[in-house]
Design a protein around this ligand. Structure first.
Ligand code: F6R
Length: 357
């Protein structure tokens, strides 16, 4: 039930600190060690390449997950949109492992790839919110998201849960390979939980940002570099699916290769700046669009903030900042849709799970 919340989406956004706590609890044993079935660890650790396959928001979570797997577990990883992979399969490595990410576990496009992967004799792991779902039953292994039922069509808590589970999995595989990631994932996820709580408590501020930047616009752009690029893709998807504002996410450096032609006086640009290595370069990209009249909404992270940033998220490990920055974008999208009179929980033309290819 929605309880005191006006919409399931708002409720589910607010549930995210609890979801993080559930995940921390479910993926730890009594001694506080990370807990994942040995058979899963072995299959991931033995793979020479990982193919993440998913759709929509789950695909965006996969993009973030790839960074954990490559940087921490050091296994080469590709991320693919399921509906393309089916028709255009890359040359597979000798010992591939497929990871399907799906909130519902019922997405037909992803299932088509799973069927093909099994036909070829490859191992598959499904990361899903729904135990017993089709993708879970048909894969060799399942990791559960523990996010609780997600009712709103726009996915929120499943995305953050997917990223958290991928982070834990990558850490466990790194441990299996005796690789020191320098990251203590449970305390870092605890910090993330606190940061998400601070942001949901700041919802009135997000509502104001939605008013200031998105109340009347017909389009919006999201930019970021590295991890922030992936979060921008998700922010744009959230905004367009519930508010019908045409929104696109771009790599900060790519904008000038064409898209910048769309910037007009007042065009909102949401720029994410949570990554130290690219902080100055993304800010350079903001200057480029401001010079063409854009209205910049800059979301940065404590320690990297500049004067006049629109919102500064609490400091967390840079690799985990997507878990926090996305919550600002979820809330901003929610309020933008609300103010524009849209049906937030049931946007037009969309269904919660897409069971046709
Ligand atoms: C967007 C959204 C969709 C789903 C996509 C995959 O908010 O919900 O993009 O993420 O249809 O669904 P699952 O994760 O159930 O496979």
């Amino acid at each position: 039930e929605k309880g005191t919340y006006d919409h399931y989406m708002l409720k589910e956004i607010h549930e995210q600190p609890g979801v993080m706590r559930n995940i921390i609890q479910n993926y730890q044993d009594e001694e506080g060690n990370l807990k994942i079935d040995k058979a899963i660890i072995d299959d991931v650790a033995q793979a020479d390449r990982i193919y993440i396959v998913a759709c929509g928001t789950s695909y965006h979570a996969g993009l973030v997950g790839k960074e954990f797997i490559e940087k921490w577990a050091e296994v080469p990883t590709e991320v693919h949109v399921a509906s393309e992979f089916v028709y255009n399969m890359p040359i597979l490595s000798k010992k591939p492992l497929f990871i399907f990410i799906s909130q519902s576990g019922e997405t037909a496009d992803s299932r088509a790839v799973l069927v093909e992967a099994k036909r070829l004799g490859h191992k598959a792991l499904t990361i899903t919110n729904v135990p017993g779902s089709t993708l879970s039953r048909e894969a060799d292994h399942t990791l559960i998201l523990h996010a609780g039922p997600e009712i709103a069509v726009a996915s929120t808590k499943a995305y953050t849960a997917q990223i958290a589970v991928l982070a834990i999995l990558s850490q466990v595989v790194a441990n299996a390979h005796n690789k020191n990631t320098g990251v203590d994932i449970i305390p870092e996820l605890a910090k993330v939980t606190t940061a998400i709580t601070a942001i949901v408590d700041d919802a009135p501020k997000m509502e104001q940002i939605a008013k200031d930047f998105l109340e009347t616009t017909r389009n919006a752009f999201f930019i970021g570099r590295t991890m922030d690029y992936y979060v921008g893709l998700e922010g744009a998807l959230k905004l367009k699916e519930i508010s019908y504002i045409q929104a696109e996410g771009f790599a900060g450096g790519e904008l000038k290769h064409g898209t910048i032609a769309l910037i007009e006086e007042g065009t909102p640009i949401v720029a994410l700046a949570t990554q130290e290595k690219v902080n100055l370069s993304i800010r350079g990209n903001v200057k480029e669009v401001v010079a063409r009249g854009a209205n910049p909404c800059i979301i940065s992270m404590e320690g990297l903030e500049h004067d006049h940033d629109t919102y500064v998220i609490p400091h967390v490990h840079e690799m985990l900042s997507p878990l926090v920055s996305v919550v600002t974008l979820q809330l901003i999208s929610y309020y933008a849709a609300l103010h524009r009179g849209c049906d937030v929980d049931k946007p037009r033309n969309l269904a919660k799970s897409v069971t046709v290819e």
